[in-house]
Design a protein around this ligand. Structure first.
Ligand code: FAD
Length: 461
């Protein structure tokens, strides 16, 4: 019989923590979960879910416009009721918070409210918001505390907001400046522009969406500009100042932007404050991320970490998959199943810009570096819908094929429903599908996705 109160204590009730707690409890482990805030973590409260809801709201705006080309007559000009959107979102998020709490109680996970801190490698101290403290011991401790927005030192830093604040802004920002060209900045810029704001996106790098395929980056930047977004690359912020309740953003190129709100989407940092990591000797890497091995073990026996706090691939499905692999490792796989291993290849992802990006596998640059001889197939076209909608939006589809194996090693799309489409093709890439197998697949007509199985012309080698 174990001398510990629990077999597993999870610190953090986000995507990874909740999944690990629930699956460990299903394997018969005695589990405690410590969460200091609302259940569900970043994804549910200030990430994927509210973002996708607002992106959907923004898509209606172009839908109203485009419907005219299909014979609809809009009697009144549709207007956005920002408080109504915020209320609807908040109701849905609290419904999800309740579902997550319910998942814990039905799995018989002991839920502790408060800030978790390691006192030693098997003891966690929980401090509630009223200051009350309790201690518990566990055979294993999992740190799944996620991350938070990072704002660099800049004069006027106190005048800016982060993605956490965007969903509940008291007033809808008529003029918004977004600083940062990563996926969160691009999505927020696109969403608020769609909802009716005048948006300028400022990014100091060469092109937005660093890390994505270069052709995709150029293509989506052009499309965003066509949608009316003012995208300024190779531009930095010198300082920000208040102008009454507004903000003035002074750029390094001498220009000044005026805005109601300035959003800094300049990266994220791990939530490691006051976790006791240094006291117990847990090794941290760049920017404070927790160092782990292939089984999510930290440098200290009995303590594990996963999800955004380890900074591998900061995506919800990755945190979920890591959690399941860890549970299999610690408590064994479910009866009749193999222990899951975590693989970081072929992780599909979407950027919910307007139009969205969907991608799986390697970029053209990565494929060339890894395989040398590759072939690129691509097509950009006006989707059928836009033959009547009046929109000039174009869609890009792109395949990258390794010459030696004939396998499709990268698949990219910019266009409506790119995330939905790429999810299906991710299975094909995961199975090692070849270009010939793509060619032998019958298309669904008329769709944009069928282009992926009808690409015959080599664009370049
Ligand atoms: P989190 O979900 O962040 O959970 C960590 C939890 O730990 C939090 O609830 C926090 O309150 C709690 N915590 C922290 N410290 C302590 C402590 N000491 N004691 C107790 N509790 C603590 N991913 C996608 O896959 N698709 C998307 O479309 C997407 N969109 C995003 C949009 C935005 C704006 C952002 C910010 C992120 C988005 N992500 C998206 C990323 C995704 O949200 C994260 O990868 C995911 O939530 C990571 O899960 P996690 O379990 O590691 O951490």
């Amino acid at each position: 019989m174990s001398t510990h109160d629990f077999d597993l204590c999870v610190i953090g009730g986000g995507s990874g923590g909740v999944r690990a707690a629930r699956f460990a409890a299903q394997r018969g482990a005695r589990v405690a979960l410590v969460e200091s805030s609302a259940m569900g973590g970043t994804c549910v409260n200030v990430g994927c879910i509210p973002k996708k809801l607002y992106s959907t709201a923004a898509h209606y705006a172009e839908g109203f416009d485009e419907s005219r080309g299909f014979g609809w007559q809009l009697v009144d000009t549709p207007t956005l009721n920002w408080p109504a959107l915020k209320t609807a979102r908040a109701q849905e998020i609290s419904r999800l918070n309740g579902i997550y709490e319910g998942l814990m109680s039905s799995a018989q996970v002991t839920r502790l409210h408060g800030h978790g801190r390691l006192l030693d490698t098997r003891t966690v101290q929980v401090t509630a918001s009223d200051g009350q403290q309790q201690r518990l011991s566990a055979r294993h401790v999992l740190i799944a505390t996620g991350g938070r927005p990072f704002v660099p030192e800049v004069a006027g830093r106190e005048l800016v907001v982060t993605s956490d604040d965007m969903f509940d802004l008291p007033e809808f920002p008529r003029r918004l400046v977004v600083v940062g060209g990563g996926y969160i900045g691009c999505e927020m810029a696109s969403i608020f522009q769609g909802l009716g704001a005048e948006v300028t996106l400022v990014y100091r790098g060469e092109q937005i969406l660093r890390g994505f395929d270069d052709e995709v980056r150029d293509f989506v930047a052009d499309e965003l500009r066509k949608h009316g977004l003012d995208v300024r690359v190779r531009t930095d912020v010198a300082h920000i100042e208040a102008d009454g309740s507004d903000r003035r953003v002074h750029l390094s190129d001498g220009h000044t932007l005026s805005a109601n709100v300035v959003l800094y989407a300049t990266g994220r940092q791990p939530n490691v404050a006051d976790l006791g990591l240094a006291d117990v000797g847990i090794r941290q890497g760049k920017n404070g991320t927790i160092e782990i091995n292939q089984h999510f073990a930290t440098s200290v026996p009995g303590v594990y970490a996963l999800g955004d706090v380890v900074g591998r691939k900061e995506l919800t499905p990755v945190a979920l998959a890591e959690a399941m692999a860890l549970v299999d490792h610690l408590f064994g796989p479910a009866p009749g199943e193999q222990a899951r291993q975590m693989h970081y290849d072929h992780i599909p992802t979407a950027v919910f810009t307007h139009p969205p990006v969907g991608t799986v596998g390697l970029t053209e640059g990565q494929a060339r570096e890894r395989f040398g001889a590759i072939r690129v197939y691509r097509s950009d076209f006006k989707p059928l819908k836009h033959t009547l909608s009046g929109s000039t939006e174009r869609t890009l589809v792109k395949l990258i094929v390794d010459d030696a194996s004939e396998r499709v090693v990268g698949l990219h799309m910019v266009g409506a429903d790119a995330g939905e489409i790429v999810q299906g093709f991710a299975v094909a890439l995961q199975c090692g599908a070849t270009k010939a197998q793509f060619d032998a697949t019958i298309g669904v007509h008329p769709t944009s996705a069928e282009e992926f199985v009808t690409l015959r012309q080599i664009a370049r080698r």
